[in-house]
Design a protein around this ligand. Structure first.
Ligand SMILES: Nc1ncnc2c1ncn2[C@@H]1O[C@H](COP(=O)(O)OP(=O)(O)O)[C@@H](O)[C@H]1O
Ligand SMILES: Cc1ncc(C[n+]2csc(CCOP(=O)(O)OP(=O)(O)O)c2C)c(N)n1
Ligand SMILES: [Mg+2]
Length: 328
């Protein structure tokens, strides 16, 4: 594919994008009509949306269009899994400049399609608009399969806190990239393409998880949402967190405590959940803390003490990007 988006035109671009998607069981009527038709066997639809903005969520010199597609889909599909649901379909709202190479949105769509394939979902439709900054707005739908949704508000004192997936890898990769390096590859790749553990969400629901969320803003920040919604305190035991030796090496090289990445780095889209203490945790879930009664301490503590360094990502916060500003 040669030329720009402008040369392709709106309908040429839509044709190219939709010609690349594959079928999925839940997408009964895909792109091409006024709206799509998506099966909802449970009769309740789980729905979520997230925006990726060039410069704020991704950089074209750090990530390929394909990577951005994988990440944008993953970020949304992880929210579906975090409700205990099975992803069914996504819709793509896309803003692109006219002078952008046509290959960019096409490779983006390939990434979205492939990540949807990992999660079992399909692309049901979307919209394209011309604009100055690339904006990728994805909406994902999911099915509860006759289970109750796992919300943020069900954690009870005495529950255990457990996590599955990666923590701190994306933030370490971000730190590497923002210093102009391209390796270690594993961390850079983790930043470009998170790997949310999709099936673990419905499995946790099946096992009676009392609360769950995906880690997008940082473990402490996202557990803060659970603690607040559930009116409890959550304590994390730092000794139970995995800090890989290679992450420690990067931390030493750039002068950041790697535990800061594990506790406050977002974008890995691990799943963190609370379970009744007697639950036998499935393989790959690690116990990292416990739910306590609220006290004078902050809602989330590390080793039963306040965590004084930055807590996580806030788009409108003072330190807008705590994981890129020397981990501070
Ligand atoms: N513009 C908005 N309009 C309505 N609801 C919103 C808006 N922005 C965020 N929310 C809701 O606030 C909650 C928290 O949002 P967010 O922190 O982005 O969650 P997540 O990390 O799961 O994407 C979600 O339930 C989301 O639907
Ligand atoms: C160029 C660039 N700078 C900084 C970051 C780091 N970053 C951007 S958004 C974000 C937090 C997650 O994004 P958000 O929009 O809050 O996702 P949500 O919680 O809604 O899923 C992080 C850690 C990045 N990914 N790329
Ligand atoms: Mg969001």
């Amino acid at each position: 594919m040669r030329g720009t988006v402008g040369e392709l035109g709106e309908f040429g671009l839509i044709r190219e994008l939709t010609s690349r998607i594959t079928t999925a069981p839940a997408v009964r009527l895909g792109p091409g009509d006024d709206a799509a038709v998506v099966a909802a066997p449970d009769r309740r639809v789980v729905a979520t949306t997230d925006i990726l903005l060039e410069g704020r969520h991704f950089r074209r010199d750090w990530s390929t269009a394909y990577d951005v597609g994988r990440k944008g889909a993953a970020q949304n599909l992880a929210d579906i899994a975090a409700m205990g649901a099975v992803p069914t379909a996504v819709l793509l709202g896309l803003v692109v400049p006219a002078d952008l190479a046509a290959t960019w949105p096409i490779e983006l769509m390939d990434g979205i399609r492939d990540e949807c394939g990992v999660a079992g979902a399909g692309v049901a439709g979307g919209d394209v608009v011309r604009g100055d900054l690339i904006t990728v707005s994805i909406t994902a739908l999911g099915d509860l399969r006759n289970r109750e949704p796992v919300t943020r508000s069900g954690a009870r004192p005495g529950d255990v806190v457990a996590v599955t997936g990666w923590l701190g890898w994306s933030a370490a990769g971000n730190a590497v990239l923002s210093r102009g390096f391209r390796s270690p590859r594993a961390f850079v790749e983790a930043h470009r393409r998170p790997e949310p553990p999709y099936p673990a969400g419905p499995l946790a629901a099946e096992l009676g998880a009392t609360a769950m969320t995906d880690v997008s803003d940082g473990l402490l920040a996202d557990l803060g949402h659970i603690a607040q919604a559930s009116k409890v305190r959550i304590n994390i035991r730092s000794g139970d967190l995995d800090v890989p030796a290679q992450m420690s090496d990067i931390g030493s090289a750039v002068g950041v405590d790697p535990l800061q990445w594990v506790l406050t780095g977002g974008e890995d889209h691990a799943l963190v959940a609370t379970f009744p203490s007697e639950t036998k945790l499935p393989a790959r879930w690690r116990r990292i803390g416990e739910v306590r009664h609220p006290s004078a301490l902050p809602r989330v503590t590390v080793d039963d003490a306040p965590w004084d360094a930055a807590g996580g990502w806030d788009h409108f916060g003072d330190a807008e990007s705590p994981v890129t500003v020397d981990g501070a």
